[in-house]
Ligand binder design. Structure first.
Ligand code: GKR
Ligand code: MG
Length: 441
C-alpha cells in the first residue's frame, strides 16, 4: 500500500458569536475565536482539528507546519511526541490564574493530532475513538448544560448579535441578561427543553458566594433529579468554600475548583483539605492540568474528577487520564471553552474511548449551536451525543462556513481572549483578581 504523507497544512483562525457570559476572568466579548487546522494527505483526503485561539498558538503552528510536509501519516504518534518534546519549554510556566488555558505547545500539537486522527480514521474506515486508548467503550456520551450569569450588555457599547435567522426559544433568550436565581432557573428550563439535559453546571466566580449558592439551591428545588455542580474557578478561600459546602451538601454531585492556593498552602493541598472536611467530591480544570500536576493531585487525594479537556491534554492524553482515573478510583470528565462543532466531535470521540466511570461532559455548545463549521454537526439529544460508525471525527468540513467564520475573525481583528474588556464596560477600571468574583469590586 502506498505511503500516506502530509501534503498540506492549513491554519485558519475563525470567530463566532457569543453572549456576555460572566466568569471570574470578566465578561465574554461579542465574539470568540478558535483555530482550525486542516491537513491534506497525498491522496487528497482531509482531516480537521479545532483548538482555542491565541497569537502564541498561531505562531507555534506557523513554526511547526513546514516541518510536517512530507511526513508519513502512519507515524503520527512518534511525530506528535517529538513535537511535544521539542517545544515543551513553551508550556513550562503552566496555565496561569485565568479561568481559561492558553498553553502554547499542547494546544498547537492537539490541533495537529486531531487532524491526523481524523485523516487516519477516514483512511482506515473507522471512527477516531477506535484509534484511541483501547477503542470505543461507549456509544452514548452524556453532556451537561453549562449555565452562566449573563451581563446587561445593552448598558454597554458592545453589540452581542443574535446570529440565527429562525431562532428557537432558547436561541432567542441566550443573549439576554441573566443576573439572578430566577433567570438561571429559566435558562436551565429552556436548555433542558431544547437539548434534553439532565445535569447542570453553574459558572460561579461572578457574585458573592451567597448569591451563587442561592441559585444552586433554586436549581436543586426545581430539578430535584438533576446532578448539579458549581464552578467558582478557585476564587473562594477554604473557609468560604467549607461554609458553602454546608449549604450545598446533598444538592451538588461535586464542586469544581471551589478553592485554590492559599498563603503557604498549594492549590492541591487546599483542595485536598476541602474535600476531606466537606465530604463533597471535587473536580478541576485548574490544578491537575498536566501529568505532573495530576500525579501530585492523586498523591494528595485532592481531586475526584480531573476534567481532562482533550484540547489541553491531547486526545490520546485525555484517554490516558481516564485510565489513571480508573486505576485510582477517580471519575473522568472533560472541561470546555466556547467552541465550534469540530471540538464537539473531538470531545465526543475522546469520551467514547474514555475508560472507567465518566461524568457528564462540559460543553459551551448551547451558546454557539446554530453556528456550524461542518455540514453535519453532532446533535445533543436527550442530553447526549451518540457515536456511530462514521469515519474519522464523523463530521464533514463545510468550507463555505469556515470561510465566513474566518472573515468574521478578520473583521473583528480578534486578538487573544481578554474578558476584562467587556467587564470594564460594566464596571469602570475593572481588573482581574483571581480571588474576587467579577461583579464584586
Ligand atoms: O467560558 O468563561 C468561561 C469559563 O469560565 C471558561 O473560561 C473556563 O475555562 O469553563 C471553564 C471552566 O470550567 O473553568
Ligand atoms: Mg472549571
Amino acid at each position: 500500500m502506498p505511503k500516506q504523507t502530509i501534503e498540506e497544512i492549513e491554519i485558519i483562525p475563525v470567530a463566532g458569536y457569543d453572549s456576555m457570559l460572566l466568569n471570574l476572568s470578566g465578561a465574554h466579548t461579542p465574539t470568540f475565536s478558535r483555530i482550525l487546522v486542516i491537513i491534506t494527505d497525498n491522496h487528497g483526503r482531509e482531516g480537521i482539528g479545532e483548538i482555542p485561539c491565541s497569537q502564541s498558538i498561531l505562531s507555534m503552528l506557523d513554526l511547526i507546519a513546514p516541518s510536517l510536509r512530507g511526513q508519513t501519516v502512519e507515524n503520527y504518534r512518534s511525530l506528535l511526541r517529538s513535537l511535544l518534546d521539542r517545544y515543551k519549554e513553551h508550556d513550562a510556566a503552566g496555565r496561569g490564574l485565568q479561568t481559561f488555558d492558553q498553553r502554547t505547545t499542547i494546544h498547537a500539537v492537539t490541533a495537529i493530532e486531531a487532524a491526523l486522527l481524523d485523516l487516519r480514521g477516514k483512511t482506515l474506515g473507522m471512527p477516531v475513538c477506535e484509534l484511541l486508548g483501547r477503542g470505543k467503550i461507549r456509544e452514548s456520551i452524556p453532556f451537561l448544560a453549562y449555565l452562566f450569569f449573563i451581563g446587561e450588555s445593552e448598558a454597554t457599547e458592545f453589540d452581542y448579535k443574535q446570529e440565527i435567522t429562525q431562532p428557537n426559544s432558547w436561541h432567542s433568550a441566550r443573549r439576554s441578561p441573566a443576573m439572578d436565581t430566577q433567570a438561571i432557573i429559566e435558562q436551565a428550563g429552556l436548555v433542558a427543553e431544547t437539548y434534553g439535559f439532565k445535569d447542570f453546571k453553574l459558572k460561579g466566580g461572578v457574585f458573592a458566594p451567597e448569591k451563587e449558592i442561592e441559585a444552586v439551591i433554586g436549581l436543586s428545588q426545581t430539578f430535584p433529579q438533576a446532578h448539579l455542580t458549581l464552578d467558582p474557578n478557585g476564587c473562594w478561600d477554604l473557609a468560604t468554600a467549607l461554609e458553602a459546602a454546608k449549604q450545598l451538601k446533598g444538592r451538588v454531585s461535586y464542586l469544581e475548583d471551589p478553592c485554590g492556593a492559599e498563603g503557604r498552602f498549594s492549590s492541591r493541598e487546599i483542595m485536598a483539605e476541602f474535600r476531606q472536611r466537606s465530604g463533597i467530591p471535587t473536580a478541576t480544570n485548574m490544578v491537575a492540568t498536566d501529568s505532573r500536576e495530576l500525579a501530585h493531585a492523586i498523591k494528595q487525594s485532592a481531586v475526584d474528577i480531573p476534567l481532562a479537556d482533550p484540547h489541553f491534554w491531547g486526545m490520546e492524553g485525555a484517554v490516558q487520564v481516564s485510565n489513571l482515573c480508573r486505576q485510582n478510583g477517580l471519575c473522568w470528565g472533560a472541561h470546555s471553552n466556547n467552541h465550534f462543532d469540530i471540538s464537539l466531535a473531538m470531545v465526543s470521540q475522546v469520551a467514547a474511548a474514555a475508560e472507567g466511570t465518566i461524568t457528564a461532559i462540559d460543553t459551551h455548545w448551547i451558546w454557539q449551536e446554530g453556528q456550524h463549521l461542518t455540514l453535519n454537526p453532532p446533535k445533543i439529544i436527550d442530553g447526549a451525543i451518540q457515536i456511530d460508525d462514521s469515519v474519522g471525527l464523523g463530521v464533514e468540513i463545510d468550507r463555505a462556513a469556515i470561510q465566513k467564520a474566518h472573515a468574521l475573525y478578520q473583521e473583528v481583528g480578534q486578538s487573544d481572549r481578554d474578558d476584562s474588556l467587556a467587564m470594564q464596560a460594566l464596571i469602570p477600571n475593572w481588573e482581574f483578581d483571581p480571588k474576587s468574583p467579577c461583579m464584586v469590586r
